[in-house]
Ligand binder design. Structure first.
Ligand SMILES: NC(=O)c1ccc[n+]([C@@H]2O[C@H](COP(=O)([O-])OP(=O)(O)OC[C@H]3O[C@@H](n4cnc5c(N)ncnc54)[C@H](O)[C@@H]3O)[C@@H](O)[C@H]2O)c1
Length: 280
């Protein structure tokens, strides 16, 4: 079982060889921490060649030394002009002009502001990384996938991509938009051998989740809006409860399933990874 609960520790899978990713190239955005790091570790364990993109520096000590040769890191702000396109070019160049898998993970939380108070700055930043960058990444990988009539895209949305009671207006709108983009790509390229799905994590014990946990008293937050949302957050499983919280690796394992041939008929879905939170 390729499984680990803490992506900030060295990951050593228990199985020696898994052929899922042999000869295949995957691009993972937001690879330096949290869910993106876990996806990187899991795909490397499945023998993919992985190109990771992130604005933050990458700590190679978090990968098995044996995996270093199949990993290429490119640092860049995916909201800056041309950086998504450059990242895909670099990935294709690093691993033999092919891109088989794209996992759009990079993203950020907003400050819970509602439509009556959201600033231009927060709206622009959140939409740029949570929605515009994934669309630009998809636009850049599609020529490689169409040429081979084969490819898988997974977009990391959120429970907030379906619900209006989880986050502020910027985050909520960006994740709803990402689900729309996912469906549009799935339908448009379904006859090109390309699948595009979204996962909708609930509260995960990683960067965005920690921001929420740490920021309750943040003066930049809209505390009035957060008070409306907090009771809904309280319904998500918490670490103290017997089922435990959702880990970044649990999300990564679901993504690995969607990438695999076992999911070859699954296209255009928005798959909750939330221990039933989304049914509320
Ligand atoms: N943690 C949760 O509770 C949760 C729940 C649902 C959805 N999500 C989504 O999962 C994704 C990852 O969340 P996480 O909790 O692992 O967060 P995280 O903060 O641990 O990781 C996000 C990564 O994205 C990178 N990033 C941010 N802006 C970037 C930019 N402009 N260019 C390049 N890289 C950039 C960061 O440097 C970081 O490494 C996000 O899209 C988030 O919305 C998280």
């Amino acid at each position: 079982m390729l499984y680990n609960t803490a992506p900030d520790k060295l990951f050593i899978p228990q199985t020696a060889v898994d052929p899922l990713g042999f000869g295949k190239v995957a691009i993972v955005t937001g690879c330096a921490s949290g869910i993106g790091l876990a996806v990187t570790q899991v795909l490397l364990a499945h023998q993919f060649q992985v190109c990771g993109l992130d604005v933050a520096e990458f700590d190679y000590q978090l990968l098995r030394e044996a995996d270093h040769g199949r990993f290429h890191f490119h640092r860049g702000d995916l909201t800056a002009p041309g950086v998504c396109e450059e990242g895909v070019r670099i990935a294709a160049h690093a691993f033999g002009s092919r891109v088989d898998v794209l996992v759009n993970v990079a993203g950020m939380m907003d400050n819970f502001h509602s439509a009556d108070g959201v600033s231009d700055d927060i709206w622009d930043k959140v939409v740029a990384i949570n929605l515009t960058a994934p669309v630009k990444m998809m636009r850049s990988v599609l020529p490689f996938m169409k040429a081979k009539k084969d490819g898988v895209i997974v977009n990391v949305a959120s429970t907030a991509g379906m619900s209006g009671a989880i986050a502020g207006i910027a985050y909520t709108s960006s994740k709803h938009g990402l689900i729309g983009a996912t469906k549009n790509v799935a339908w448009r390229f379904r006859n090109d051998g390309i699948r595009c799905n979204a996962v909708l994590p609930g509260a995960v014990d990683s960067g965005v989740g920690k921001t929420i946990a740490a920021g309750r008293n943040n003066e930049l937050w809209d505390s009035e809006a957060f008070a409306e949302i907090e009771p809904v957050h309280a319904l998500q499983a918490r670490p103290s409860e017997s089922t435990g919280s959702i880990t970044a690796h649990e999300v990564a394992k679901t993504i690995a399933f969607l990438v695999s041939d076992q999911a070859r008929t699954i296209n255009g879905v928005s798959l909750p990874v939330d221990k039933a939170w989304g049914v509320v």
